[in-house]
Design a protein around this ligand. Structure first.
Ligand code: NAD
Length: 438
């Protein structure tokens, strides 16, 4: 088949919804995407190394809060979505979307091992005319420097025999307004045929597709977005520490500043960064920039300020306890919220885990309530979420709001707790000398 014929056949199969789509990695990103493709009429296979996940999908049970069980079972029962651990089945796909994790190593260097393993599986069965898209967040150059050579080692040429693009995932778990469908999708291919094919694919599923000139631009877009958040959160966290010293209420300052209708966007201080994106992605960029002899000072500084916030919260807890002549050592401290952000159960990189760890190291006995996190591994122990009313009845020495879940009854917390440290301004309606705010 000529390269033109490869392109036309793929475009035609996408247009007519005959294209078979494989999504590798069925987590927070991959599962919603797979369900959305299936809802649009495509035949979708979800590939994961985790048998539990593929089993749950085949049973029509969702383990991702953003995917409703009804939506999932509808497409599974209609035979348009199935989960599998059989990577050899990738051979039968027209499109392969890679959504595997991209964590950091302990040294804060990128860990591309999941991407490499997934691409090895794709390369093993690569066929002419397949479109491969990387969605995992990564440094600029990953697609053309790492993925492309691995796939071309099969003797095929990218953008001619097969198609290759990068399209960053922008999903915001728990966001009620923006979802896979209405978040614009940025797409950049290794050549124009790849960009065109990937744009056509996403155009069938999301409302707006934004084409860019290369995979590197598409990779950098995502890192700009997340670095923008990390740096601004770092700036406002520093402002919070400054305001504390100057006896100014940082929350009141932000609320008033955000009345400016242009040129200002509010960011809020908190106990530190969490989740799989903001604390990690900027370090992918600074690592790559360092390879080109460039030091990203903003990223390093923001990482430093944000990374120190859990220590600052522990300092506040210590000040609060001190005000009633108690020390952290020997006190019972109860945390409200372990997830990294409100209304989700994701504890990856959550600053509440650091606070738990620091308090334990300082000799406090720590318990927690989180309606989304039933249990937590903590050293050799497993901690279990204590119902809020029970936690308040047990009169801990200090209560800490780490995550402002909507499900918490803040009036009851204020009424039932003696000392409270509020890291999220969740108790803004309440004034009391026993509330210590960030
Ligand atoms: N979670 C978010 O909010 C979010 C938002 C935007 C971008 N991202 C990016 O998307 C990517 C995926 O993140 P996530 O949150 O969905 O991760 P996740 O951990 O929830 O899911 C990843 C899945 O990939 C599977 N997996 C790992 N290696 C595999 C392999 N070789 N073959 C098949 N499956 C494999 C894992 O078992 C897991 O189910 C990351 O690069 C992340 O930075 C995440």
């Amino acid at each position: 088949m000529t390269s033109n014929a490869n392109t036309e056949r793929l475009l035609d199969r996408i247009r007519t919804r005959q294209a078979r789509i494989g999504v590798i990695g069925l987590g927070y990103v991959g599962l919603p995407l797979a369900v959305e493709f299936a809802r649009q009429g495509f035949d979708v296979s979800g590939f994961d190394v985790d048998e539990f996940k593929t089993g749950e999908i085949n049973a029509g049970r969702s383990y991702i809060p953003d995917v409703s069980p009804a939506e999932l079972s509808e497409v599974v029962q209609a035979g348009r979505l199935r989960g599998t651990t059989q990577m050899a089945d990738l051979a039968g796909m027209d499109v392969i979307d890679i959504c595997v994790p991209t964590p950091l190593r302990k040294t804060k260097d990128p860990d591309l091992s999941y991407v490499v393993r997934a691409v090895e599986a794709v390369a093993a069965t690569l066929k002419k005319g397949q479109l491969v898209i990387l969605e995992s967040t990564t440094y600029p150059g990953t697609t053309d420097e790492v993925v492309q050579p691995m796939l071309e080692s099969r003797g095929f040429r990218a953008d001619v025999d097969f198609f290759l693009a990068f399209s960053p995932e922008r999903v915001d778990p728990g966001n009620q307004k923006f979802n896979t469908r209405n978040i614009p999708k940025v797409v950049g291919g290794v050549g124009s045929a790849s960009t065109e094919a990937a744009a056509l694919l996403y155009g069938s599923t999301v409302d707006t597709v934004v084409q860019v000139s290369s995979t590197r631009v598409a990779e950098m877009v995502k890192l700009l977005e997340n670095t923008f958040r990390a740096v601004n959160i770092g700036m406002v966290n520093e402002l919070a520490l400054m305001c504390h010293k100057m006896d100014i209420d940082v929350w009141e300052v932000i609320d008033a500043a955000k009345t400016k209708p242009f040129g200002f966007m509010p960011f809020y201080p908190g106990p530190g960064l969490g989740g799989h994106c903001i604390p990690i992605d900027p370090f992918y960029l600074s690592w790559k920039a360092r390879q080109s002899g460039f030091e990203c000072r903003f990223i390093e500084l923001a990482g430093h300020v944000n990374g120190a916030m859990p220590d600052y919260v522990v300092q506040l807890i210590s000040e609060a306890l001190n005000s009633v002549r108690k020390s952290v050592r020997g006190s019972r401290v109860h945390l409200f919220g372990m997830a990294y952000k409100p209304n989700v159960g994701d504890v990856r990189e959550s600053p509440a885990l650091d606070i738990l760890e620091l308090l334990t190291r300082h000799g406090a006995a720590v318990s927690y309530t989180d309606p989304y996190v039933a249990s937590l591994a903590h050293g050799a122990e497993t901690l279990r979420s204590v119902p809020a009313d029970q936690a308040l009845a047990e009169s801990a020495d200090c209560y800490v709001v780490c995550t402002n879940h909507d499900a918490f009854d803040y009036d009851a917390i204020v009424k039932g707790a003696g000392l409270i440290v509020d890291t999220r301004n969740a108790l803004k309606k309440h004034t009391s000398p026993s509330i210590f705010r960030l």
